[in-house]
Ligand binder design. Structure first.
Ligand SMILES: C[S@@+](CC[C@H](N)C(=O)[O-])C[C@H]1O[C@@H](n2cnc3c(N)ncnc32)[C@H](O)[C@@H]1O
Length: 186
């Protein structure tokens, strides 16, 4: 699993501890200090199934992942930086080339999980992944236990582990908008 913009690493470290049977976890983060600190925690916790890499995912995702032997089970992009100003939207991490690379690297049945507490950013991510509904399907059409609200957002975090930003946003009373997709089997 790859978490893009892993921040403090909280989410991925908890996941790697809780679901060690599921495989390997890689966090990509553009802030080197956060990467260093997260890898220190990994060492202290003696986890051998997780690593954080200092990388600009927009530029390096494809290269990094193509050197990994085997397809990905999941890619998450959780509360990415919003870059509110219109002229800065091109700095948002979810752009067409990244979406295409993610879809290429996912195993059939592999999942993409995106969320944001900023509605406009969530809609932007949703639009970009909804454009790929020939390859992907939204998880509510696959898993009857998944509940979505009237606007198509997941009612709760399906991973059961929250990110740092998510905790902060929910503590402040904000809604977190979530979508999860699964790559079709054929
Ligand atoms: C708002 S924080 C959210 C962190 C974490 N996902 C969470 O939900 O708590 C966004 C993170 O993405 C990182 N980031 C932004 N652009 C990135 C890029 N192109 N590649 C990798 N990380 C990036 C930022 O440094 C920051 O740590």
């Amino acid at each position: 699993m790859v978490d893009i913009g892993s921040g403090s690493g909280r989410f991925l470290i908890w996941l790697a501890k809780a679901k060690c049977e599921l495989g390997n976890y890689l966090g990509l983060e553009i802030r080197q200090k956060l990467v260093k600190r997260a890898n220190c925690w990994v060492k202290e916790l003696q986890l051998d199934n997780i690593h954080f890499l200092f990388a600009n995912a927009s530029v390096s995702f494809n290269n990094l992942i193509s050197s990994y032997p085997g397809p990905l089970a999941m890619v998450s992009i959780l509360c990415p930086d919003p870059h509110f100003k219109k002229r800065h939207h091109k700095r948002r991490v979810v752009q067409k080339p990244l979406v295409d690379s993610i879809l290429c690297s996912l195993a059939p049945g592999g999942k993409v999980f995106v969320q944001s507490d900023v509605f406009e950013v969530a809609v932007d991510m949703r639009n970009q992944f909804d454009e790929k509904l020939d390859v992907l399907q939204h998880i509510d059409s696959v898993d009857p236990d998944i509940s979505i609200d009237g606007d198509g957002w997941l009612r709760k975090n399906p991973m059961g582990i929250r990110t740092e930003r998510e905790i902060h946003a929910e503590f402040e009373g904000a809604k977190v908008y979530r979508r999860m997709y699964q790559k079709k089997l054929i």
